[in-house]
Write a protein that binds this ligand. Structure first.
Ligand SMILES: [Zn+2]
Length: 73
């Protein structure tokens, strides 16, 4: 599946609020999965099953690349 198709599919999902600062998270494509990223604190939300897809399909290097910029408060 192409990234663009993933994004279209994801646009049907409801926006999530960041659990840290309650702002709308922006949808982003990272290594063929859709993640919700908070523009304020750069936290990333993975939908159920997405972590499993990461574990199964993506190598460790890609996970490291995706999580770069993830900030803990
Ligand atoms: Zn946040």
């Amino acid at each position: 599946m192409q990234d663009m198709a993933l994004l279209v599919q994801a646009s049907g999902e409801t926006d999530r609020l960041c659990p840290v600062d309650q702002v709308n998270m922006a949808k982003e494509i990272a290594h063929m999965i859709v993640v919700d990223r908070c523009p304020t604190c750069s936290g990333v939300w993975l939908d159920g099953g997405e972590l499993e897809r990461l574990k199964g399909d993506v190598n460790e290097q890609a996970i490291l690349a995706m999580s770069r910029g993830f900030g803990f408060p």
